[in-house]
Design a protein around this ligand. Structure first.
Ligand code: FES
Length: 131
């Protein structure tokens, strides 16, 4: 088993979270997004979210982060959750929904889901303000 994977299992990440991390699910940038936002959370980690929006629906999204494994798995999961959803459905997603979707992350990393959720909300607000 690879070393990162065994460390993540020991730390309390679910298999799903570990796969997202190792496969870098939804990590990257969108060329020509409808909106992009970069946000640095209180922990000092930074996330950037790119959204492609059409008729109020998030058709595609990506993120990048300078941050911990918790930030990456939360970003991967949140982007999976919002693809094909309306802006209203997406902005209702809470940290706990992201953690449930992942099926478990270490307790000390729960706040990392906030970084993803806050960045997404800021992107949606900025998009609505720009319409
Ligand atoms: Fe900052 Fe995880 S410690 S997002």
């Amino acid at each position: 088993m690879n070393e990162v994977k065994s460390l993540m299992i020991k730390s309390g990440y679910s298999d799903k979270a570990i796969n997202y991390y190792l496969q870098k699910i939804n990590v990257g940038e969108l060329k020509d997004p409808s909106i992009k936002v970069i946000y640095t959370g209180p922990c000092g980690d930074t996330m950037e979210i790119f959204l492609a929006i059409s008729s109020n629906v998030i058709e595609d999204a990506k993120f990048q982060a300078i941050g911990c494994a918790g930030a990456f798995v939360s970003g991967s999961a949140l982007i999976e959750m919002i693809k094909g959803k309306t802006l209203e459905q997406s902005e209702k997603i809470q940290e706990i929904n992201v953690i449930d979707y992942l099926g478990g992350i270490p307790e000390a990393k729960i706040h990392c889901a906030c970084l993803a959720v806050r960045t997404l909300r800021m992107a949606i607000e900025k998009f609505k303000g720009s319409e």
